[in-house]
Design a protein around this ligand. Sequence first.
Ligand code: SF4
Ligand code: SF4
Ligand code: FES
Length: 536
Amino acid sequence: MPQITVDGEVIEVAAGRTILQALDDAGLLMNGVDVPHYCWHPKLTIDGSCRLCQVEVEGIPKLQIACNTPVKDGMVVHTKTDRVKRAREGVMELLLINHPLDCPICDQAGECKLQDYAYEYGVTHARTKEPRRAAKKRVDLGPTIVFDQERCILCRRCVRFCREIPQTGELAVFHRGDRSVIETFPGAELDNPYSMNVADICPVGALTTKDFRFKIRVWFLNDVPGVCTGCANGCNVHLGVATNKVYRYLPRRNDAVNDTWICDAGRMTYKEIGAESRLQRAYVRGPGGLQESGYKAALEHAASRLRALLDAKGPGVIAALASPHATNEDLLQLRRFLDAAGVQNAGVAVPIGPADELLIKAEKAANATGARALGFADAAGVVDRIRGGGVEALIALGHDVLDPAYLGGEAALAGLDTVIVLDTHRSELERVAHVLLPVRVAAEKHGTLTNHAGRVQRVRPAVEPAFEAYADGEVLAKLGARLGLAGFDGKWDVRAVSRALGRECPAFVGVDVESVGDEGRSLATVVAGATTGASV
Ligand code: SF4
Ligand code: SF4
Ligand code: FES
């Protein structure tokens, strides 16, 4: 492999890479070696237009742009010389000549690369007296994005994104020279399943999402690493959290899962965390219908109904549905619960929707693969048995069995003796449930999820529910203890359960909640960590 020297440090690089790519590969870009850049993005083609990434290369008289200069064995690069400093100051001064003085009212303030680089690499005052160029403000580009033409620095990241990633090509540069502007083609809108990524990659406040703009100043947000639960891809995200509320998802780079992108539908799933439709109370069915109940009383009621059935008719009349949204740890606890109770009739109902070749998967749940790895087959068998009259009690984690591919509604459950539902959100199962128990969503608990490719990824609590709710596994631990099941004492230790995954299900060897890290590892085998690092 070629070796280059950057600021005195020798780096081994892959042949055929540019200086900026080599720094990114080594995890050094803006993380030890500062080469500020606007137009370059690790997942887009090279544009070479902003000229901010200029560096000095020994043996070449002129400064070179690091994003488009291929490495050569023995190359010596300097990023901190006076020439480089002056070049950066010049580029920043040019970019700022016409930039509006919008920072106090700009939603990008606090995470703006123009602010950051002006502070780090710019000059302290302007030499121009002329008025700044006026351009269009608040341009509605489509259903998700608002554009401020004055703030645009013409890096063309958004144009290349639309051409190269969703390949919809809605945006282009129109006109020439200092009249150049970004626009959509006449009559066209920026409207594709990944459109909101343009706001993430726009280095300034020119492109903002309608969903997030002006909701909160970004410096109030804490970024908590997590996983999108919108489909089986398990895209890595940052949850932007303030005052116990999730305000947004942003893509978190993981080259093995989602590069630096997420889809718009998945991005919006953060709203489900604090939704009004969350199941916020435990309920027990009484003579007058469902009534609010204390959590403990509801657990007691569920246990007494199940105990009566187990004693009278045995475990053969009980069926269970695993949730493809629950964590691997929750599902191992369900497995243990069913084994201890002798219940064999169990499955997992997985909702299905549209997919594409980029990220979006057909399975609209984050952990269907984990459920299958833990031995839960498709719920079709459970559904047949319910329809055939062979089931008298159902323990349902979630309500996906209502999907048209399974029961298509709750009517088939109306005649059951006992329906116990552990759920995050309200559903029609309320009409037939005898006990309803609120549980936590992935953003409220520790655990792991297994994506479509068998990559086990960690989730952690970003927020606390404002009502009494537990992880599904903890509810099952409490229920098992009340039923007197062997091995159940009511205590829930998610880390211990996670470590037991590998012992009780060999596919999970080496992938517990502590060891998978923030990038995840593949089932059964531990793969080398995926590339991460540089800001995008
Ligand atoms: S709108 Fe943003 S991403 Fe697009 S060219 Fe302008 S500055 Fe770059
Ligand atoms: S592709 Fe799937 S996992 Fe990724 S952001 Fe979209 S819904 Fe979420
Ligand atoms: S990042 Fe190299 S020219 Fe823009």
